[in-house]
Design a protein around this ligand. Structure first.
Ligand code: T46
Length: 136
């Protein structure tokens, strides 16, 4: 599975919308870390890596951007994120790039692990080797 789109429950009324994300049935893992990204120019590409173990749910809370996902086995897909009521769930061993940021884009990421640089695979050839089960 390259990714999954999670549709969050929206508590909406005449005042606006609210989404609450909690450990439990509606969320695929225990959240250990939250970070968010904004101020990227439209032409900038971020990411360019895969993770050995980390799982993440990515929410575009404002504006829009595009995620390009690649499983290293020939399956590649571009996902346009522009809905704060949806999360892009990415498991480990998926190469990701993201770009095409709108000026008002804010990307919030909920992560299953604390930040560990050792969990990153930042070289695409190493990623392909890891997918094949070769030692890095
Ligand atoms: C991912 C995509 C969607 C930290 O110190 N702590 C953190 O939790 C994170 C995420 C980053 N950093 C530091 C490491 C770098 O010095 O922040 C700097 C920028 O990180 P990076 O170049 O990895 O950012 P992106 O936007 O390329 O990738 C990030 C996440 O790192 C990555 O896990 O999947 O967002």
């Amino acid at each position: 599975m390259l990714y999954q789109i999670l549709n969050f429950k929206v508590h909406g009324d005449h005042r606006g919308q609210l989404v609450a994300l909690e450990k439990g049935e509606d969320f695929p893992f225990d959240i250990k870390r939250v970070y968010y990204i904004w101020g990227s120019e439209p032409h900038i590409t971020r990411g360019n890596h895969a993770h050995k173990h980390l799982e993440q749910v990515i929410v575009c809370t404002s504006g829009s951007c595009d995620f390009m996902l690649d499983d290293g086995r020939g399956h590649k897909e571009k996902i346009h994120l522009d809905n704060p009521a949806q999360g892009l769930y990415i498991k480990s061993n998926i190469w990701r790039q993201f770009t095409n940021f709108s000026r008002d884009c804010v990307v919030m990421v909920l992560a299953s692990e604390h930040y560990k640089e050792e969990d990153y695979i930042r070289n695409y050839d190493d990623f392909l080797k890891a997918v094949k089960g070769e030692r890095l």
